[in-house]
Design a binder for this molecule. Structure first.
Ligand SMILES: Nc1nc2c(ncn2[C@@H]2O[C@H](COP(=O)(O)OP(=O)(O)OP(=O)(O)O)[C@@H](O)[C@H]2O)c(=O)[nH]1
Ligand SMILES: [Mg+2]
Length: 547
């Protein structure tokens, strides 16, 4: 009775409401009629609740199938983030990836020409150590640090053969490097772009990211280096101190101080093709790709083609290799791999292969976003937004604004870098920096519920380095006298990164997925990306169900 009174009272509350009026019990309702009515109402409520639940489930399903998955690629500079992004592109939008291959020709030429320049710099009879330390171009080289934390000096007193003949024969490449840099930057004439230095220019030029909508504008940085005689002393202090990604920033000023030239990562730099601008750039009926550039005499391929024999001789010269070895300049580990394929790369009708594109090096500045609609498998219909960030220290302040919406992070730590130093601060060991960065990311409270996948990357280079006899314990005392082989070392790193996660994560429930990767290897990376996709989507679904 009391129950029905309260029900009636509830209705009386809304007497002015026509709907509530309509729901009032009919006048003169008998007790029996009343019971039947209440039963019917309860039945109706059950049906209604069932419908509500169905709607909720549909909503979850819709979210699962339609919601974007936001993935951040994090890690220090040269850890392989952009390469990982390229692998995603190759896997999910292969047609677009292939269509863009030709545009990467500019970058590949640029990488090759710079490698040659760096060899010539290294052959200079003067002591170039100081400029090497301050040289941004070191970022693509493996520099061994010694116990005093400095790159080893050239073997003092070494009699240096006269390499002027190479310099003379390769002189046209001086202008070519300038031209290629201009081509990569010229498509941004309406933006604050700084023109690059040539081999003979004076002083550094600075590039800085513009900002849009409060988020840094995506840009690509072409690292510049200087001849030893022109290098400007850049003290480590002129770079920012280590950036704490959870708040403290080093701001735009520090990025302005970098010796860098920047190109926005809008598709514009890709449109720099056809090089030289005089080609009619006919498209191949078969592939849709631009072809016929070789008929344009201004095209860089002609200069490269003409210099190819000299480049090849330089690279194959035993004395040159010895000199590079003395200076511990391991060009072949990074963008230097094009040196092993000079005839192919400099052929007049050269079109970059997928592998060439994956290895092409352009430093990222700011944050670059790419979307993919996954069309197959469990992730069908999911739109993935992948954010590729600039990893050098003066870029890390740009990461934090992306932490709020992120569903998953792929963190890359290049474990082959245990004997290298940061380009932006030669006092800091690269692996040390990766470990600190890792700790900063996994302990960040904003990211506590974010799925994290760790790529211990550059395993191919790690293997090669260990096989060549480079000892981990010379650079990482804590490794002690464990065996210096790939299995032991990779296991050690896996445990080390895993232990940091275990102790520093604010979310003890979070599972950590660790992969040993070489992201330039397409086949292996495709499998890993498949696994990662499933892990991330499953993790995402789990979170949605909790909502
Ligand atoms: N051998 C080898 N080279 C790799 C691997 N991962 C990346 N690289 C090369 O390392 C260089 C740097 O890779 P990126 O992907 O540009 O590095 P990033 O993390 O995007 O660097 P920033 O843009 O400066 O933050 C490129 O020349 C890659 O081809 C790897 O696993 N093995
Ligand atoms: Mg990058």
């Amino acid at each position: 009775m009391v129950k029905s009174r309260s029900l009636d009272f509830g209705r009386r509350r809304s007497l002015s409401d026509p709907l509530a009026n309509a729901l009032l019990p009919p006048p003169g309702e008998t007790e029996e009629q009343r019971e039947l009515r209440i039963k019917a109402e309860a039945e109706a409520k059950k049906v209604s609740d069932g419908i509500d639940e169905m709607i909720r489930q549909e909503k979850i399903e819709r979210k699962r199938t339609r919601e974007e998955v936001n993935v951040l690629l994090l890690g220090q500079s040269e850890s392989g983030k952009s390469t990982t992004l390229k692998q995603f592109q190759l896997l999910h939008t292969p047609a677009a990836f292939h269509a863009e291959r030709i545009a990467w020709r500019t970058v590949i030429y640029y990488n090759l020409v710079r490698s040659i320049r760096r060899i010539l710099d290294a052959l200079s009879p003067e002591d170039v150590d100081e400029s090497m330390e301050n040289d941004e171009s070191l970022e693509t080289a493996s520099i061994i640090i010694t116990s005093n934390g400095r790159p080893p000096s050239a073997i003092s007193g070494t009699k240096v053969p006269n390499y002027d003949i190479y310099r003379q024969r390769l002189e046209p490449l001086v202008d070519l490097e300038e031209k290629l840099t201009r081509l990569l930057t010229a498509s941004e004439e309406d933006e604050a772009t700084h023109l690059p230095l040539s081999w003979n220019s004076h002083g550094p030029s600075n590039g800085f990211a513009l900002t849009t909508n409060g988020r840094p504008a995506p840009t690509i940085v072409i690292p510049q280096s200087y001849t030893h005689s022109q290098s400007l002393p850049v003290s480590p202090a002129s770079y920012s101190s280590p950036t704490h990604i959870n708040g403290a920033t080093n701001g735009a000023t520090s990025s302005r101080k970098g010796k860098e030239v920047s190109v926005h990562t809008s598709k514009n730099w890709r449109k720099a093709f056809p090089l030289g601008g005089k080609s009619k750039s006919p498209k191949s009926a078969h592939s849709g790709e631009i072809e016929g550039w070789w008929e344009d005499l201004e095209d860089p391929v002609h200069c490269l083609h003409a210099c190819a024999p000299a480049m090849q001789e330089l690279w194959n010269d035993h004395n040159v290799r010895q000199r590079l070895e003395e200076k511990r300049l391991r060009l072949e580990e990074s963008a230097g791999f094009y040196l092993n394929e000079i005839p192919r790369i400099t052929a007049k009708k050269y079109i970059p292969t997928d592998a060439d594109v994956l290895k092409a090096r352009l430093k990222t500045m700011g944050v670059v976003e790419h979307s993919f609609l996954i069309s197959t498998g469990v992730n069908r219909g999911v739109t993935w937004k992948i954010y590729d960030v600039g990893g050098s220290r003066n870029q890390r302040h740009a990461w934090a604004p992306y932490f709020e919406d992120v569903n998953a992070i792929i963190f890359l730590a290049p474990i082959s870098a245990f004997d290298q130093v940061l380009t932006e601060d030669p006092r800091v060991n690269r692996l040390e920096d990766s470990l600190l960065l890792w700790k900063g990311v996994i302990s960040n409270r904003l990211l506590a519920n974010v799925n994290i996948v760790l790529f211990l990357n550059k395993c191919d280079l790690l293997q090669a380095k260990l096989d060549a006899g480079v000892r981990l314990n010379h650079h990482m005392v804590s490794y002690g006298d464990r065996p210096n082989d790939y299995d032991s070392v990779s296991k050690y790193f896996r445990n080390k990164f895993g232990a940091i996660h275990q102790s520093a994560t604010p979310n003890k429930e979070r599972e950590l997925y660790i992969h040993l990767t070489a992201v330039t290897d397409t086949r292996r990376t495709a499998t890993i990306i498949g696994d990662v996709r499933d892990i991330i989507v499953r993790g995402n679904l789990k979170q949605l169900k909790l909502v």
